[in-house]
Ligand binder design. Structure first.
Ligand code: AMP
Ligand code: GLY
Length: 417
């Protein structure tokens, strides 16, 4: 199978790596990719939200599978364009991707499907916002209605801050605060049949102890030793299958990966958000554990053959990823600084470095080129070993002004959420 991966972050490097380990994948391309993917795939410079450009590239290289990593091309309708041309694609059409592209649409689908989520109000004016904040009380949760790369949400006790965020965003969703630990469950869907991957946990806040602003994600681990037995079955039954059925009923069947962001609250499981794609950085740990070849699995979401997939194989043990972020992230990140220690980090047993916001500097050196610069993965017999290896590899990285969280999977290694 010839495969093309769209995107250029840590998630896409993880996808390229997993596809490179699949014996069924004979040729691998990535657009735009990054220095990390260039070691495993041929990179192509194109505008990935331009459906025609993506389709032309896919046709030119004879792609038998196009894997769309990020949300922007999905929301722009790139998958629609590929399907129109008969090119197999992993990722939902524009209409189904609205489950991520509009928080208000996601809430509407959940209401129609009877899926448990935070009570919410869509607000357009300051007085609607004020009323909704009164209704739900603190801590206040205010979400930008559109795409915001994980940074459009403010959760705060500070009413002024909540009001200011709403004002800056325009149309917002104000909602009830959900307590309890969060987890991410990725589910493959061919429009009808669904297959869950391993649940993972992501660390959204910038600093240790869940302090600081929300980010795209500063680290992740899988599996979850603290997850109650039967959790995945329960989420499939109460959240995933009703949502996929509701989208099919509306004539917009969901083909690709449905990402359920969940909170295990004192009152039961609630959906925090849906995404229309693999999560970043959770993908880095979930794919590290997956033993089933990835190519045919992703292709089956397009051809409607997921019903034939009876169970996935997972490697025993655990994986942890730690994101190395640039100075200034999640605000304006510093760019263009040389990155040292990549070879040393890759030499740590059970660890490897996935590139995210990096670029070539000359022909050999790599420099920072984004907020989340690297996603360092460690794996081992258990979370404690995986953590040790990930952090040992992180300690080899040299990047001026960079920072990372030191508490990724710390509690989980002790069996706690
Ligand atoms: P979202 O973009 O909707 O995933 O929100 C980003 C992060 O904000 C989530 O992962 C949560 O940590 C937090 N968050 C979002 N909605 C809520 C909520 N209703 N209650 C508590 N925390 C929330
Ligand atoms: N890690 C959160 C996300 O991918 O949205």
């Amino acid at each position: 199978m010839k495969a093309l991966v769209i995107g250029g972050g840590g998630r896409e490097h993880a996808l390229v790596r997993a596809l490179s380990l699949d014996p069924g994948v004979t040729s691998l391309h990535c657009a735009p990719g990054n220095p990390g993917t260039s070691e495993l795939a041929e990179n192509h410079v194109i505008n990935v939200t331009d459906g025609l450009a993506v389709t032309e590239l896919a046709a030119r290289i004879g792609a038998e599978l196009v894997v769309i990593g990020p949300e922007a091309p999905l929301v722009a309708g790139v998958a629609d364009e590929l399907r129109r041309r008969g090119i197999p694609v992993f990722g939902p059409d524009q209409a189904a991707a609205r489950i991520e592209g509009s928080k208000a649409f996601a809430k509407e689908v959940m209401a129609a499907a009877g899926v448990p989520t935070a009570a919410s109000r869509v607000c357009r004016t300051a007085s609607q916002v004020s009323e909704a904040l009164d209704l739900f009380g603190p801590p206040y949760v205010v979400k930008n209605d559109g795409l915001a790369a994980g940074k459009g949400v403010v959760v705060t006790e500070d009413r002024k801050l909540a009001e200011r965020h709403a004002q800056e965003c325009g149309r917002v969703v104000v909602e009830e605060y959900l307590d309890g630990p969060e987890l991410s469950l990725f589910v493959l869907s061919d429009g009808r049949n669904t297959v869950p991957l391993l649940p993972a946990q992501d660390f959204k806040r910038a600093h240790d102890g869940d302090q600081g602003p929300n980010t795209g994600g500063m680290g992740a681990y899988a599996p979850l030793p603290w997850a109650p037995p039967g959790l995945v079955d329960e989420v499939m039954e109460t959240v995933v299958r009703p949502t996929v059925a509701e989208l099919a009923r509306r004539g917009t069947p969901y083909q690709g990966l449905l990402y359920a962001g969940l909170a295990l609250t004192s009152r039961g499981v609630r959906v925090v958000e849906f995404n229309a794609r693999f999560g970043d950085p959770e993908t880095q740990v979930v794919l590290d554990r997956l033993a089933t070849p990835l190519g045919a699995l992703l292709q089956a979401t397009d051809t409607g053959n997921l019903g034939g997939v009876t169970g996935l194989e997972w490697r025993p043990g655990a994986a942890v990823t730690v994101v190395v972020a640039a100075e200034g992230y999640p605000g304006t990140p510093a760019k263009g600084d040389l990155i040292g220690g990549l070879a040393e980090a890759n030499a740590v047993e059970g660890a490897y470095v996935l590139h995210a916001g990096t670029a070539w500097s000359g022909v050999r050196d790599v420099k920072s080129n984004g907020g989340r610069v690297l996603s360092v993965v460690g794996s081992g017999a258990d979370l404690a070993e995986a953590r040790r290896r990930a952090y040992e590899a992180v300690s080899k990285i040299e990047l001026r002004g960079s920072f990372y969280r030191t508490d990724i999977a710390e509690r989980a290694a002790l069996g706690q959420a």
